[in-house]
Write a protein that binds this ligand. Sequence first.
Ligand SMILES: CC(C)(COP(=O)(O)OP(=O)(O)OC[C@H]1O[C@@H](n2cnc3c(N)ncnc32)[C@H](O)[C@@H]1OP(=O)(O)O)[C@@H](O)C(=O)NCCC(=O)NCCS
Length: 144
Amino acid sequence: VADVRYSEEVRDVDWVRLKEVLAADRFDNGRTPDELRRSFEASRFVVFAWDGDRIIGTARLLTDGVCNAYLVDVWTLSPYRRRWIGRAMVERLLARVPGHHVVLFTEREAHFYEELGFREERVGMSKVVGTWLNRPPEGGSAGG
Ligand SMILES: CC(C)(COP(=O)(O)OP(=O)(O)OC[C@H]1O[C@@H](n2cnc3c(N)ncnc32)[C@H](O)[C@@H]1OP(=O)(O)O)[C@@H](O)C(=O)NCCC(=O)NCCS
């Protein structure tokens, strides 16, 4: 796709539409459109890949701007994968945080991150405070 455009601008995003696209591409972790917007707006650096008026990739980075950063929501729309779009988005974010220790969680796609220089560490721990997105633990909406 020669004309994929990258943007760091959150104002252009239609969050309802993005939520629908993410859900259809099975990359929906339950946020409402408003929660999606808030999570991107509160991130220090974001990048969107656009094909025309369609978002076909996202990535965002949380950071203190000094030493630590956390890479989240790295996603390329399925038909657009394996065209270096994911790499381009992550490289844009990493360029913003020289000297930082950048961490991420991934259940799959380990090779994609290894190619970008990440190495698996077995010392991580994590916890959800209460329930994910403060939703009721049982019987809540699956978020789709
Ligand atoms: C992980 C993900 C973001 C990668 O996006 P992408 O746009 O396909 O990324 P790239 O094209 O830069 O690289 C993906 C692979 O395609 C390969 N590739 C890229 N362009 C290529 C080309 N022209 N020809 C052949 N291979 C190519 C890369 O080498 C890479 O291979 P690897 O995974 O074996 O390392 C995407 O697969 C995705 O959205 N997955 C679902 C969401 C997810 O799991 N995200 C990560 C967890 S948070």
